[in-house]
Write a protein that binds this ligand. Sequence first.
Ligand code: NAD
Ligand code: TYD
Length: 351
Amino acid sequence: MKDNAPILITGGAGFIGCHVVKHFVNKFPDYNIINLDALTYAGNLENLSEIENHPNYQFIKGDINDVDFIDELFNTHRFEGVIHLAAESHVDRSITDPLAFVRTNVLGTLNLLNAFKRIWDDDFSNKLFYHISTDEVYGTLGKTGLFTEQTSYKPNSPYSASKASSDHFVRAYGETYNMPFVISNCSNNYGPNQFPEKLIPLFINNIIHKKPLPVYGDGNYTRDWLYVIDHAGAIDLIFHEGKDGETYNIGGLNEWKNIDLVKLLCQQMDDKLGRERGESEKLITFVKDRPGHDLRYAIDASKINKELGWKPSVTFEQGLKLTIDWYLGNREWLDHVTSGDYQNYYQKQYS
Ligand code: NAD
Ligand code: TYD
C-alpha cells in the first residue's frame, strides 16, 4: 500500500479488531486508518482510547448491512485496502438467532464486496480486500489430524456456516471479477479486551466474583488457542505479503482440552488473587452441552510459517498470565461491559 492509502478496518471496536486497529495506527503512521463499527453489544470504543486522537485514525459508526451508507462511505473515502473483521462472532448466540448472523456475516460482507468492486472495477491494481475468518468453517476434527488450507469446508454451527458462506463469496468475487483478495482462517483467540461471553474472559470474571464456571458437557472439547496480539501481527504480514487469491491458516500450535485449560486458569487466578490453590476449581460446574458442539479444532500453520515466516511470539502460559493481569488491572472495563455502561461512552465521546 502506498503512503496515505485510505484503509478500512471493519469491526475495529471489537476484540480482535481493536488490536488490529492499534497495531496498524501505531506501526503505519502514513496510512489513513478508518475504523467502521456498528457498536453492537460487542463493540466498545473504550478499547481504542489510547489511539483515538491519532492523526492517522478516524472512527465511523455505521452498519455494514446498510447498503446506501456503505456505498456513500466508499465513494467518499475510496478505500484501497479493506480488512474486514466485523461480524457476529459468538457460537452460542448464533444458535438462538441464526438470522442475525446471516445478515451481518453474509449480507454485510456482500455489501462491502459490492462497494469495493464498484469503485475499483476498472483498475484493481494495488488494491486488496482482506477477509478475516475462522477455522470453524472446517467443521470438527476427531482425536487426530489438523486443519490445512486444503481441508473441505463442513461448518456445524450457524456461526461457522455464515462465515463459510462469506469466505465463499470473497473467493467468488476474486474468480468472477478479478478482485484481489486474501482470506485467513484463525483458531480461537484470547487476550485483553475480549467480551466476557467467550470462555476465558467469562471464566475470569466469574472467578473474580466467585460465580459458577459452566463447563459444557464433560469438558473434553479441544481448542487451539492463539494470543490476540499474535493474530494482529499475522494479519499485518498477510495484508502486506500474502499472495493474491490465497488462504492462510493461523493457529497457536497450542491445543487444550477445555477442562484442562479451566483448571490452569483457576490455578493462575488463585495465585493472583491470593486465594488458596484449589479454591476456584470448586466453582467448576458441568452444565448441559452446546448443541452441535465441535469436538476439536487444531490448525496446521505451516504455510504461513514457511511462506511468510510467522509464528506465535508467546507461550500459552505467558499469554494467559498477561490476559489475567489485564483483566485484573482493568476491572472498570469489565464492570462497564458487563453492566452495559460502555454504551454511554460513545454518547459522551461523540454526541
Ligand atoms: P467481536 O464480536 O468481539 O467483534 C465484532 C465487532 O464487529 C464488534 O465491534 C461489533 O460492534 C462489530 N459489528 C458487528 N456487526 C456489525 C455490523 N453489522 N456492522 C458493523 N460492525 C459490526 O468479534 P471478534 O472476536 O473480535 O472477531 C472478529 C473477527 O474475527 C470475526 O470476523 C470473527 O469471525 C473472526 N475470528 C474470531 C476468532 C475469535 O476467537 N474471536 C477466531 C477466528 C476468527
Ligand atoms: P467459545 O469461547 O465460545 O469459542 P468457540 O465456541 O468459538 O470455540 O468456547 C470455547 C470452548 O469452551 C468451546 O468448546 C465451548 C466451551 N465453553 C464452555 O464450556 N462453557 C462456556 O460457558 C463457554 C462460553 C464455552
